[in-house]
Write a protein that binds this ligand. Structure first.
Ligand code: ZN
Length: 353
């Protein structure tokens, strides 16, 4: 399978916070033949463990997150249309006139579109104010509430973006949904595949958290469960090359030295920069406005030095994101180099003050 086919497979899966089942199944299938044990945490995070016979081998946790942003049915109107609450952060301007899939409890997949006010109705009306997600109509074409219920639709059902993942004309970029964070999910699967049959100087736990998009919730659970000495979030950040400043698609993996919930510590920065230089990795500095699971994990237990191994993508948290396959390859080579280098003495260097 070529890289585009792998990316298409994982980004077209539909899974929002708390409802990560399809991505969990994907990872379970990929990881089971590659690790000594597959384990789930209490909220549904899934982890592949590469054991180590050395008693003082450090435990390293590498975690993506499985969830993407979407919606949940809050109630059904008498006319059969749906109203929603947002799951994860959305720009209200990108919600309307899109396609989604509603999943019922019985497992039916129902096509849904998000409504938009036609320009005809705006003429002379003084323009439209910015809608909030709760005001936007979601429409599955039901005649009335009773018909919606007869198809199994209930409050609490999830509504997940649908878009086809396609290649750009120059075959270097990809357009589609949920690179945040199927990027990380594919990174973990590819890392374990690459490490198959190779000895490691650590006990590696690699997998994916749940519920990142609603406040970094799963990362607290997995950090407690595995009590690693270091944690590496693997996540996708917004590119600033068309809006903003830092983060250019195609300029390589990110050295994410600052975000509002996490500071890269000096020992970690030294380790990352040295490793990137040694391995010839293309990297760029990145100062973030959002957060990743590193922000939650690093404050667990007795304190877990953490960072994020990232790439950037344009227009994230929408149906149509744009990103570079080359950036994925740089990040993957970087993560491989990092994991292979983390023996007892290297970890001690990072965690000693
Ligand atoms: Zn996100």
């Amino acid at each position: 399978m070529d890289l585009f086919a792998k990316i298409k497979e994982v980004t077209e899966l539909q899974a929002i916070s708390g409802h990560e089942g399809p991505v969990r199944s994907y990872l379970r299938d990929k990881m089971t033949p590659l690790v000594d044990e597959v384990k789930t945490d209490g909220l549904g995070g899934i982890w592949g463990i590469r054991d180590n016979q050395e008693t003082d081998a450090p435990t390293i946790l590498v975690g993506a997150h499985m969830d993407e942003v979407g919606f949940m049915v809050s109630h059904i109107e008498a006319n059969g249309t749906l109203r929603v609450v947002e799951i994860g952060g959305w720009n209200p301007l990108t919600i309307s006139a899109q396609r989604f899939t509603l999943y019922t409890r019985e497992g039916a997949h129902i096509p849904v579109i998000s409504g938009a006010v036609p320009p005809h109705f705006l003429r002379g009306a003084g323009g439209q104010s910015l809608p909030s997600a709760g005001d936007i109509v979601f429409d599955a074409g039901f005649t009335d509430k009773e018909e919606a219920e007869s198809f199994g639709v209930r409050p609490g059902d999830v509504i997940i973006p649908w878009s086809e993942t396609i290649l750009s004309a120059n075959k270097r970029h990809i357009m589609g949904k949920s690179w945040d964070n199927r990027y990380g999910v594919l990174m973990v699967a590819e890392l374990l595949e690459h490490l198959k049959g190779q000895d490691l100087p650590n006990r590696l736990v690699a997998g994916a958290n749940v519920q990142e998009e609603v406040g970094l919730r799963g990362a607290k659970v997995s950090a407690n469960l595995f009590d690693p000495e270091l944690f590496f979030a693997v996540d996708c950040s917004p590119a600033g090359d068309v809006y903003g400043n830092q983060g250019k698609v195609g300029d390589g993996t990110l050295i994410r030295f600052y975000d509002p919930g996490h500071l890269m510590l000096p020992n970690m920065k030294d380790f990352l920069l040295t490793t990137a230089e040694e391995a010839g990795i293309k990297y760029q500095y990145y100062c973030a406005k959002g957060g990743t699971d590193a922000g939650a994990a690093h404050m667990q237990n007795k304190g877990i030095p953490s960072t994020t191994i990232g790439v950037c993508a344009r227009y994230i948290h929408t149906h149509q994101t744009l990103y570079a396959m080359d950036d994925f390859l740089e990040a993957q080579a970087f993560l491989q180099a990092i994991v292979k280098k983390l023996d007892r003495s290297t970890v001690d260097t990072i965690t000693t003050y």
